[in-house]
Design a protein around this ligand. Sequence first.
Ligand SMILES: Cc1cc2nc3c(=O)[nH]c(=O)nc-3n(C[C@H](O)[C@H](O)[C@H](O)COP(=O)(O)OP(=O)(O)OC[C@H]3O[C@@H](n4cnc5c(N)ncnc54)[C@H](O)[C@@H]3O)c2cc1C
Length: 420
Amino acid sequence: MFEWSEEHRMIRDAVREFVDKEVRPHRDELEHGDMAPYDLLRKLYRTFGMDQMAAASFDRRLAAEEASAGEGSAGEGSAGASRASSDDEGDGGGRSSGFTMLPIIELCKCSPGMVTAMGVSVGLTAAAINAKGTVAQKRRWARDLLTMEKIGAWAITEPSSGSDAFGSMLSTARRDGDEYLLNGSKTFITNGPYADTIVFICKLDEGNPPAERKVVQFVLDSGMAGLEQSKPLRKMGLHSSPTGMLFLDDVRVGRDRLLGESEDAFTGRQGREASKATFVMERSGVAAMALGMIERCLELSVRYAKERVQFGKPIGEFQLIQLKLAKMEVARLNVENLVFRYLESSAAGVPMTLAEASAMKLYAAQAATEAALEAVQLFGGNGYMAEYEVEQIARDAKVLQIYAGTDEIQVTHIARHLLA
Ligand SMILES: Cc1cc2nc3c(=O)[nH]c(=O)nc-3n(C[C@H](O)[C@H](O)[C@H](O)COP(=O)(O)OP(=O)(O)OC[C@H]3O[C@@H](n4cnc5c(N)ncnc54)[C@H](O)[C@@H]3O)c2cc1C
């Protein structure tokens, strides 16, 4: 059975202390958009040596990849390359994945938006470049993203294509001599307003019908001619994670920005496998976020139930309040078990199936939203006030049911597997 090790607990406590000392005092500024999350994230990385570890691990992987390419076997984006890029320090995935999960869980007790900003930059943008980029592309863009020196955005969603991301995608790349012209608009893009590096996902327009077009991905730099990054959008919650739109009007790029330098990098089995690995990783991250939020709701609610007196007794003595606490604890145990199951299967080298990851994400997102709304109720009028924190968690938790695939899309993935 998986359990946090002594080493995990030490790291967890240190991160918790960092969050209380460095992040919590800025909660108001982060909440009201007066402060972007990036400097705090960089401080987290520096404090725990995460930047140096990421750089060292990246350099090792790239050296191995270059060596195997030198043997003449590994073309760019080959199986050898993707194995190397998913290297987990050789200690079994569970232990190192555990170290990745702990900052997610602890940061979510204060600022889930910071986790989204970090997750999209490192877990999606850098990961996309690492999974399919050439050695030169990884060196040019992925290293700085992994160390958080640069901020990344990963752009697939468009105003008319969300859940049906590829089916209704309108953004295009058109060949123009040796170059490409990129056009389209993207929305709801995490880090979009401030990203230095953007992975832009679109379809190759060869004059064929949209449904038959290949999916291609390009890496863009902020400030390129024809690329506009909007201001942050106003939203319900997750205020510490800037979200924006991107507009591309004839952005001219060379083949060096085409991910994998191949128009076929995202077609066929390899393309599907890469997408699946991204979905599983993203969904496990959401479960860890949910765990942090539920733990915080429980902690605040237990404390409040002991302190708040009505009808001459602490409200924790009323059975209806006890039921809320008990349900939160059940949710905490279940989500923690799902996170542990993910870590255990990573350690065993048997990745979760897409359906399992979907089930985990669906349950965890709903449990976090429910726990947060119950916490608001338990706090009464204070629960509705920003000072008492639970209203922020309730607004932030809701997004877990929307991004990384909505609840309804997770249901379709689970059902498809069951009915196959
Ligand atoms: C805060 C935030 C950050 C985000 N960050 C990013 C990002 O960094 N990059 C990025 O590319 N995108 C990002 N997104 C976009 C996100 O992935 C989409 O919002 C999500 O996939 C849903 O798409 P949609 O909003 O277009 O909703 P739609 O797809 O229009 O869905 C509307 C409703 O219909 C339901 N529905 C759709 N299809 C089906 C079906 N087949 N069966 C049953 N019900 C269905 C949905 O579940 C939903 O309830 C972000 C979104 C948010 C809110």
